[in-house]
Design a protein around this ligand. Structure first.
Ligand code: 3H9
Length: 705
């Protein structure tokens, strides 16, 4: 068996290698191995310099996050870093792939740092609800200065090797090609020149610029939106300028432990691990996906263009079908605008864009152009008749074995599959807008979808660098079905007395990216209007549907695209200015129903909104539409702006307590028993004293339905 940390000494250079796949995380075995190998190096009179490298594709991606929440086992990482720093002979770290978090901290403990050109370094701890806990907040500012260290540590965003060199974080960039060769070359030169030890912790304290500190505090107090870690990280980095290193390290450790025990850390790690778990399904284990190189997109509207761009940017050939030449022209403008945006933002060069459009892309009005496509995504108007026409054409023109996908947001994929002679090849691929940016992809599996077609949906998501979540067929699948419920309850709260702007403010303060009414304005109020009209014929008479929203649409107020919705969207109107004509429409709706409006506290607004979301999410899991609670969490986190530090609605429900959630649902049900029918799964878990997290593991062929 390979040793997790091994060492070989040749010509006076000890090469210490960390080999802990997949990302060389600094687990207990790695920490222990490192201390042993550093001590062996120190005792070896023949070895002059040690080189620290990572095996495989990366240096060290950080502490082992799977050990979080368990009692730490010595040697803990800060002690390992100090042991390296205090080594009596020089240690050189060679960074390739990623040196993140504890990985960068290990490298900062070394006396010299070399980067390979592909290296990425960063302190992403704040994204996990913690701060660097092995000296990163004290050593990085001593090398790079306070401002750069604040930037890196409070944002969690990585930097490349060039920037790391410019900031003095690495000493050189090597073009040797592999870490061992790079390290040996550097170490030999160092040994020849009698290179000495150079502890980062011994460097003078950085200078504190109070204007910089204030700028960061101001920025973070706005952007952190309820997250504790970024501001605590700021405190820790600033302490590097005012405290002796030992005291700075102690304060860092205290904050690290405090945050390690916080629910926010649990929520953020749950989000991280769940995003990697969603693609692990027994249903597709061992099944080979079909090969996808050429795709077709039917419909050149916003969604179709976004899907086409996403595919192009990830190396696929795309043929886009529009109904007529006018449609083609509109699609061309839309597509070029999106690609132009990527060029402006520096994500793509103009040359690459031009080459892409020339070699990877074609438009057509003729379905026979899709004859060679491996997969086609339909992204046309949401009407079953229109979908029928498209799928009949696809069935006629696509080759056998081609996958036919619908980007429908809520229509019945089983019915769509029946429009073809090959329902096994049909599935839903529900992208989110803008499709070239949003990471979420709901892979909607219909009754007859073949397993290798499901596997291909997941493989395509990987190619497009998206997060795929399996969803079953129902109105709205996972995300839009849950959205429809909590959005309806937001309207109920307005009818009963809350104003939409208070609701938006309360939810943003709770950490949501946007409030529901601001979201509706952005998405287009006509979408909700169309949904209400579509569902009207099958609506239960007990259902409470707000009329003020229809009244707004009847005025032609569709939100941002018409300049007016719940808010005003004129070019010279400050963002978030309420539309003064909305409240009278709400008052009229209340008066017609004989409602005397009552005041809502912000806390009640948040509790009700969350309870509506959790209750529907529990139904979605209970019915097997989502396989596991974590699938729901990933959908709401990545498609609906749910606060990441709360981990997703069902993780949140576990933290609040399943029993408490059920009690809230039952108490609200006294006002509206129809809307608040408790989810059987919520009831069941509350009765058994269980948690949603208990349902996150799956055996082959199971769901929680
Ligand atoms: C820290 O360092 C605290 C210290 O300051 C102080 C300590 C005292 N641990 O993302 P991928 C797994 S906090 C354990 O799909 P990619 C991941 O779960 C840490 N496992 O690959 C997955 O497993 P599986 C600071 C980890 O190529 C597999 O590796 N560091 C860890 O798209 C592949 O991952 C971070 O926050 C870990 N630290 O991206 C870095 N990281 O196959 C977090 C990954 O079973 N990691 N795994 O599902 C990343 O950002 C990305 O994983 C990385 C690779 C960019 C490294």
């Amino acid at each position: 068996m390979t040793q997790v940390v091994s060492s070989e000494t040749r010509d006076g250079i000890a090469v210490i290698c960390i080999d802990n796949p997949p990302v060389n995380a600094a687990s207990f075995a790695v920490r222990k191995g490192l201390v042993e190998q550093i001590e062996a190096f120190e005792a070896d009179t023949l070895a002059k310099v040690a080189v620290l490298i990572g095996a495989g594709r990366t240096f060290v991606a950080g502490a082992d996050i799977r050990e979080f929440g368990k009692p730490p086992e010595a040697p803990i990482l800060p002690d390992v870093v100090s042991r390296i720093e205090n080594c009596a002979k020089p240690v050189v770290a060679v960074i390739h792939g990623t040196a993140f978090g504890g990985g960068l901290e290990l490298a900062l403990g070394a006396h010299y740092r070399i980067a390979l050109p592909n290296a990425q370094i960063g302190l992403p701890e704040v994204k996990l609800g913690i701060i660097p806990g092995a000296g990163g907040t004290q050593r990085l500012p001593r090398l790079a200065g306070i401002e750069a260290a604040l930037d890196i540590a409070t944002s969690g965003a990585p930097i490349g090797s060039g920037k790391a060199l410019a900031l003095g974080i690495v000493d050189t960039i090597s073009d040797e090609g592999d870490p061992k060769a790079a390290g040996l070359k550097f170490a030999k030169e160092l040994a020849a020149t009698g290179g000495s030890i150079r502890p980062t912790g011994g460097l003078p304290a950085p200078k504190l610029d109070s204007a910089v500190a204030e700028r960061f505090r101001h920025k973070l107090s706005k952007s952190a939106r309820g997250q504790i870690a970024p501001l605590r990280c700021l405190d820790a980095v600033l302490a590097s300028a005012t405290l002796p290193i030992e005291d700075g390290l102690k304060q860092e450790r205290d904050i690290f432990i405090e945050l390690m025990n916080s629910p926010q850390r649990e929520g953020l790690i749950h989000a991280f691990l769940s995003e990697r778990q969603v693609a692990k399904l027994p249903e597709i284990e061992g099944i080979t996906p079909r090969k996808i190189a050429k795709i077709g997109v039917v419909g050149g509207g916003t969604m179709g263009c976004g899907i086409a761009v996403s595919a192009l940017l990830n190396g696929l050939h795309v043929t886009l079908i529009e109904r007529d030449e006018d449609g083609v022209s509109r699609a061309r403008i839309g597509l070029e605008r999106i690609l132009g945006g990527s060029v402006t933002r520096g994500k793509l060069t103009a040359d690459k864009r031009d080459a892409m459009l020339e070699k990877q892309f074609a438009y057509s009005t003729d379905y026979s152009a899709l004859g060679q496509a491996d997969l086609v995504v339909e992204a046309v108007f949401e009407s079953m008749e229109v979908k029928k026409e498209v799928f009949e054409q696809l069935d006629q023109h696509c080759r056998p074995g081609a996958i036919l996908a619908s980007n429908t947001s809520y229509l019945d994929v089983n019915e769509i599959a029946q429009f073809t002679s090959r329902p096994g090849d049909v599935l839903g691929l529900h992208f989110f807008s803008p499709a070239h940016i949003m990471k979420l992809l709901e892979v909607v599996v219909a009754d007859k979808t073949a397993p290798d077609v499901v596997a291909t949906g997941f493989a395509l998501a990987k190619t497009l660098r998206k997060i795929p979540v399996r969803a079953g067929v129902c109105d709205g699948f996972i995300g839009n079905r849950i959205l429809n419920t909590y959005r309806t309850h937001a309207d109920h709260m307005v009818l009963d007395g809350a104003d939409p702007y208070q609701i938006d403010r309360a939810l943003v303060a709770a950490g949501f990216a946007m409030g529901p009414f601001a979201v509706s304005d952005l998405a287009g109020l006509d979408i909700g209007w169309a949904t209400r009209q579509r569902l009207a014929p099958t609506r239960d008479p007990r259902e409470r549907i707000a009329k003020f929203a229809d009244a707004m649409c009847e005025q032609g107020w569709f939100g941002a695209k018409t300049g007016r919705g719940f808010y005003l969207h004129g070019t010279d109107t400050p963002r978030g200015t309420p539309n003064p004509e909305v409240l009278p429409l709400i008052d009229a709706d209340r008066a017609e129903r004989g409602i005397t409006p009552r005041a809502f506290a912000d806390e009640e607004i948040v509790n009700r909104y969350m309870a509506a979301m959790v209750n529907e999410a529990a139904k979605v899991v209970g019915e097997g539409i989502a396989l596991r609670p974590l699938d729901v969490d990933v959908v709401l986190l990545n498609g609906y702006g749910f606060p990441r530090h709360l981990g997703g609605p069902l993780h949140y429900a576990d933290q609040i307590g399943v029993k408490v959630m059920l009690e809230r649902v039952e108490s609200y049900a006294t006002e509206d028993a129809y809307f608040w029918t408790p989810a059987p799964l919520l009831q069941e878990l509350a009765d058994e004293g269980g948690k949603f997290a208990d349902l996150n593991t799956l055996e082959k062929g199971t769901s929680h339905a």
